[in-house]
Design a protein around this ligand. Structure first.
Ligand SMILES: [Zn+2]
Length: 70
């Protein structure tokens, strides 16, 4: 994949964490789980790590992640 910001080649890998990651418009304070008010699950998996396909550009520091929108 070519970086849409600087046109350098991006490297494919995985966004990975020991816990599921999600996107939300506002920062959570206590319960770090996606809710139904527009939050989006980013990584999949709970017990053996949580992953999402991701491309990174080391030149300009951007990451592109495949989201699973259901
Ligand atoms: Zn770039």
């Amino acid at each position: 994949m070519i970086c849409p910001y600087c046109n350098a080649n991006m490297e494919k890998g995985y966004l990975q964490s020991g816990r599921p990651a999600f996107w939300g418009e506002k920062k959570k304070k206590l319960f770090f789980h996606p809710d139904d008010e527009g939050d989006i699950a980013v990584t999949k998996g709970i017990w053996n790590g949580s992953f999402a396909d991701a491309w990174v550009c080391r030149k300009c520091g951007k990451m592109i992640v495949d989201l699973t929108i259901e």
